[in-house]
Design a protein around this ligand. Structure first.
Ligand code: ADP
Length: 490
């Protein structure tokens, strides 16, 4: 099968969040399974050019219709760790992708609408006819719309679209001008409640809504999140549309890149270890304590690694620190926040706890250090308010660090409570609580710390269950292939 990913991010070269990991990880898995995969990306000025191998011009003169004119583009080709990537560079006064960032310009709608149009134009003109076009989030939601409304009539009638939504908070709310820019010259058709018309602002178009309506299949990043966005306010107003289209909507969990996150081969930790040498994990515990000036004592270390953001349950993270200390555990936090209020709060906390021998707050983003924190801790807390999929708990599992999570989205799908789980013993891998409040969190922390102290053999058993769980891209890769096959024959 020939799959074309059209995306605004790809890990290693242009990444702002999980979207980039999915584009890269899924593409590699699909290729390993014998499929042809290519990726189309904007040629941002801030691409990591040092990660692109053999960058050459693939298409010198691509003219992309835009309003009543056309914008001249050059398309480049290069390998990103073996993945085949095309990069579209427009030459126009707007300098769409020369902004020093991936997102964050006032004209982001125009930038990515142009990119979506250019990606289709590139496929059309270069004769690329993938079986499946896989696009992601609002940035490329116009791809299925333009394909169905325009490009299928000029030679692309066999292509099918899978559309993955990673984040419902940003839906691409656009004005009418975007129709004129992209050549969809019939506003009445698109300002229709069953197509792109925004359900809340009558003057606006909602690109993500259009992506859902026009795609052959729509996914989000976990089965539980798929239910949450359809039947709760987590869909940010798209619940009705998702309900209408429920027969072509589902959740597929993201995988973890075990080439990066694997304690058996991790260059960033003090001592490699795996399920058969789990005692070596404690060398890392010692190294983590040395690194963070924690005392060496017979105590479990509880960790948090992640953004400090309302979504992540910052008030519960705060409480977890003090509750851990109360219960005789140690706590390490590696996190940062762009929000000045949250950041100030944690800096204040850091100063307050500075001389405490059982706690360390590291307020920065440090990808290398994260490896040692996962490897050196016993427990990992993730009390998210909502979590579409979540990667950190999956990494923690692989490192034998037992997760304590709130039952939300992908956390509910991947962490099975040791005491109250519905699954067989070997699938139980952590602690889960439901209520997003202090008693809820405490109930799970109590049980986890209690097991660590009182039943070390059982605790080790729980660690090993997690380490043996396969959360690679193998399973999600197959899930996506099944979806592609399903829509290909429609
Ligand atoms: P989200 O995508 O919502 O931020 P995920 O759990 O899906 O949350 O993924 C977060 C990823 O980012 C994990 O790999 C985590 O280790 C990493 N990460 C987040 N904050 C930091 C930080 N301050 N330092 C190092 N790595 C971090």
């Amino acid at each position: 099968m020939f799959v074309m990913q059209v995306a605004s991010e790809c890990a290693l070269v242009a990444q702002a969040g999980g979207l980039g990991d999915v584009v890269f990880g899924l593409s590699r898995e699909l290729e390993l399974r014998g499929n042809a995969v290519e990726i189309i990306l904007p040629k941002y000025d801030c691409l990591r050019y040092d990660r692109i191998f053999g960058l050459t011009v693939a298409h010198q003169d691509l003219w992309v219709p835009w309003y009543d004119n056309a914008i001249h583009c050059t398309v480049f080709f290069g390998f990103v760790e073996g993945r085949k990537c095309f990069f579209i560079e427009p030459h126009s006064p707007e300098r769409f992708f020369e902004r020093g960032h991936v997102y964050g310009s006032v004209d982001d709608i125009d930038r990515f609408a142009f990119f979506s149009k250019a990606a289709l134009e590139f496929m059309l003109k270069s004769g690329k006819r993938p079986d499946i076009i896989h696009c992601h989030d609002w940035q490329t939601a116009l791809v299925p719309i333009l394909l169905y409304e325009m490009y299928q009539h000029v030679g692309m009638h066999e292509q099918r679209v899978c559309y993955t939504i990673h984040n419902f908070s940003h839906q691409g709310i656009a004005d009418e001008h975007i129709l004129w820019a992209t050549g969809l010259r019939n506003p009445a058709r698109f300002y229709h409640h069953e197509r792109l018309h925004d359900d809340f602002d009558p003057a606006k178009l909602n690109l993500m809504k259009g992506g859902i309506v026009y795609s052959n299949f729509v996914t989000t990043v976990s089965p539980t999140h798929a239910r949450e966005v359809t039947y709760s306010d987590l869909g940010r107003g798209l619940g009705h549309t998702l309900h209408v289209h429920r027969d072509k909507f589902g959740g597929v969990l993201n995988g973890v890149d075990y080439e990066v996150w694997n304690p058996e081969v991790d260059p960033w930790i003090a001592r490699a270890y795996g399920p058969d040498s789990v005692e070596d994990k404690y060398v890392n515990k010692g190294a983590l304590r040395d690194r963070f000036f924690l005392r060496h004592d017979y105590k479990p270390i509880i960790a948090y690694v992640g953004r400090l953001d309302g979504q992540k349950g910052v008030h519960l993270i705060h409480h977890a620190i003090f509750y851990a200390l109360d219960r005789g555990a140690q706590f390490v936090l590696l996190g940062s926040s762009p929000d000045p209020t949250i950041s100030a709060h944690f800096w204040h906390l850091k100063h307050h706890l500075n001389d405490h021998p059982d706690v360390h707050l590291e307020l920065q983003f440090n990808a290398e250090l994260a490896h040692l924190v996962y490897a050196g801790s016993d427990l990992f807390v993730m009390p998210s308010m909502f979590e579409p999929c979540g990667l950190a708990q999956l990494i923690a599992l692989k490192y034998g660090t037992v997760p304590i999570v709130r039952a939300s989205g992908g956390l509910a799908d991947t962490i099975i409570d040791r005491d109250h789980g519905w699954a067989y013993d070997e699938h139980r891998n952590g602690y889960v609580f439901h209520n997003a409040d202090n008693p809820g969190l405490e109930s799970a922390m109590d049980r986890a710390i209690g097991l660590w102290h009182g039943h070390p053999q059982d605790f080790r058993h729980l660690m090993l269950n997690g380490m043996r769980t396969d959360r690679s891209w193998a399973r999600p890769g197959q899930d996506y292939l099944n979806i592609y096959e399903h829509i290909r024959h429609k």
